[in-house]
Design a protein. Sequence first.
Length: 261
Amino acid sequence: MNRIEKRLQELKIENKKALITYMTAGLPSLQGTKDIILAQDEAGCDVIELGVPFSDPVADGPVIQDASFKAIQLGVNLKKVFTIVENVRKESQIPIVLMLYYNTILYYGVKAFVERCIGVGVDGLIIPDLPFEEQGEINEFLGKEEAPILIQLVSPVSKNRIPKILEHARGFVYCVSSMGVTGQDASFHKNIIDYLKQVKNESRIPVMMGFGIRTAKDVEPMKHIIDGVIVGSYFIQLMEENDYQIDKIKEYCKSFKKQLN
């Protein structure tokens, strides 16, 4: 069983919600990224979403765009991100999902990319610019049991496409909470409750909500529907404002997880 599926199954048995955090790989450094991942594991985070820096991150708002730019300036690329994951795996089995854009995969080579993911221990992929109808190419190489899971995204306008998108989905479904880019300060879609209920009714796998979440209080009205949350832009801001202090990072993760549950 994939590490993501195993962890989420454990949470279901414990009747707990999942905390998934996003961070840009390579910040504040390659070693710093590894240290932060290990700290989050210790603090109780359930899945790490590790962003691969890209020059044109179309799904991301200013905070993640800036983080991506800074990481690129430091020379971070996909090969170095693989090395980070490989080094983390020597000390931790926390599920790791790579968030990246399809051009990065195409440049590396789709088959070679998947094989490298298997080799270093990547558990999942989020590819926001790869529509469901165009996933055939990479799916050819994701059939192996040890291959990462391609996480499916849905949005408030997915509507009639939701059953089709989720038919063979694994891991968890990523519910985009608003129209636009990441980091919109809890300005969720006006029909967020009905939308999440629709996804929950259609999904056989855990339902995670992302985009614009800062604290556990932000998702209080929909906590009875979702199985967990994804925190990205705010988490990056918090790390930057506190100079990537491990204690501050652990404190935030522990507090969020406690309040969420």
